[in-house]
Every structure is written in structure tokens, then in C-alpha cells.
Design a protein around this ligand. Sequence first.
Ligand SMILES: [Zn+2]
Length: 328
Amino acid sequence: MDGLSQAVRALAQANVSGIAGSFGNAGWSVRMPASGILQLTSPTHSPRRPRLLLSVGIHGDETAPIELLGHLLHELAQTPRALALDLMIVVGNPAAIEQEKRFVDADLNRMFSDHRDAVQAAAEAVRADEIMRATASFFAEGGTQKWHFDLHTAIRPSLYPAFAVLPGVLEGARRHILLGWLGSAGIGAAILNRNPAGTYSAYTAGACGATSATIELGQVAALGCNDLSRFDAARAALAAFLRGGAPPASAGMPHVFKVAQELVKRSESFRLAFDRDTPNFAAFQPGMVVAQDGAAIYRVGAETEYVVFPNPDVRIGLRAGLMVVRVE
Ligand SMILES: [Zn+2]
């Protein structure tokens, strides 16, 4: 196995000690507050130094971001002094990655809040607490610019191969700067989500003051089987970000959407009105039925809506899909 494959494999096993060693030897302050969590900070503390959090594997079967981050860190570890900001790495759900599953007990990306109800006993609840503690302490230590990119892959194909979800608390200039960066990273669509969903990026935006996004890169595949060339723009933009350089020339701003309605699964009789291979961002015309849950019918409103993250297999009470509309 070559060095690069080893770096990706280690990251998938939540082993960050190799990267920690490279940066520690180059004079960085290194902390590993829990398994799969690494914090690299400059010994010459400056509150003006940006802080960046990159997370992968919050869903265990989403391996493209693990490969992408493995490549980025492997390259950067050759010249550790080129890192131009304080960096935190999180490998979200190592147990689920090992089992090649989305989660072990329950969806980790619904647990970054105090309202966990029935899933408080899940294995993921302990991990969410661990990640939230480490994240809060990383962002509490200054840095006027705080950034978080939570890297995922979608379950289904998508009419936009790379798209992002932005927490609703991001407004004005912060949102504009973030959209510009996402455009340079080849992200074709951005969804503004005002509903607090317990996601990691909503937590860092709301509780830590970070400029955050959940970024969906391609589709679920096994580790080592992802075509990373589809995400060259995202890789180049992240590599430049880590080194303090300007982002690559933008292919244009992402198309912006907002949530029109949430399809919530209220009972076991919940059914989507379309089949499983319907891609993300498929369009539905006004008045069309998109889901049915017993007597309740979900219908498109007055303008065209696009479906994102349809998943009828979620637990009762959770979101089984989003319907979004164009805003810009
Ligand atoms: Zn995911």
C-alpha cells in the first residue's frame, strides 16, 4: 500500500496520529481530545488567525470525503508549515465507518442539539457529546474567522453533483462570502435551511458563530471506489483555503434554494409518491402530490418545488425529505 492509500485508510479508521506526528514535528501544537479528532494550532497564538473545522464520516457509508480529506492532509503533511490557519479535523462516526453503515443506532447528524428525545440512549449520542465538547473548545479560543465544512455524500444521484445546505442563521455578508467560496469549490446549488435540524453545521453556526455548510459531494460508494476527479474544484478550493491562498476562479455562484416544506414521516404508512431512483433536485409542478401519510397528503404549493434528501426509511417523527424552491 502506498503512502497515500495508507493515509486514507488511517483516516477511515479514525487514526490521526500520523498526521499529528508530522505537524507536531514541524512545531504545531497538537491535541487529540477524542478518537478521530485532531486539533492543530499555531504555537504563536493570534486571535486574527482563522480557524477551520473539516469534518467527514458523520455518516459512516459516505466515503468520498474521507478519501478527499486523506489526500489533502497527505499533501499538506509534506510541507506542514504551509498550513495558514488553525485546523480541526473530525472523523465523525468511526464505528459506522467500520461497519460501512450510515449509522450504528441512530443518525448522528440529528444529534447536535439538546433535544434528542428517544435516541439519547443511542451509541451516537455519546459521540455527538464528545464532538460538541471538542468543537466548542476549538472555536472558543478566538479566531475572528471561524469556518466549518461538514463533508458528506448524498444517498441518491443528484441533478447537482455537488450541493450544500446552509444553516438559516447565516445571513448578509457572511452568507454572501460563503456562497462565493462554494461557487469556487464547484458547488452548483445551496439550500438555505431555517429549520434547526440537529445537524453538525447548524450547531457550529448557531452555537459557535462559525460560517458553516453541509457539503454533499456525489453519491455513496465504498472506500477506494470514489471518482474524486469529479470534485477537483472542491479539492483545489480546500487546498487553497488550508494554505491561505485565494480560491480558484469561480464557475459562478451556486443556484440558491430555500426550504418550502418538510416531508415528515408521522406513521409507518408514510409513502413517497415517486420511486426510489428519483434524483435530488427533481422538479415537481404546483399541486402535484409528493407524499402521503395516512390521511395527510403532501402537495406542491404555488410554485415549482424540487425534492432533496428523500428517504422514507427514517424513524417516525423525522424528516423523510425536503421540498425546496429557487430564491435567487
Ligand atoms: Zn451524510
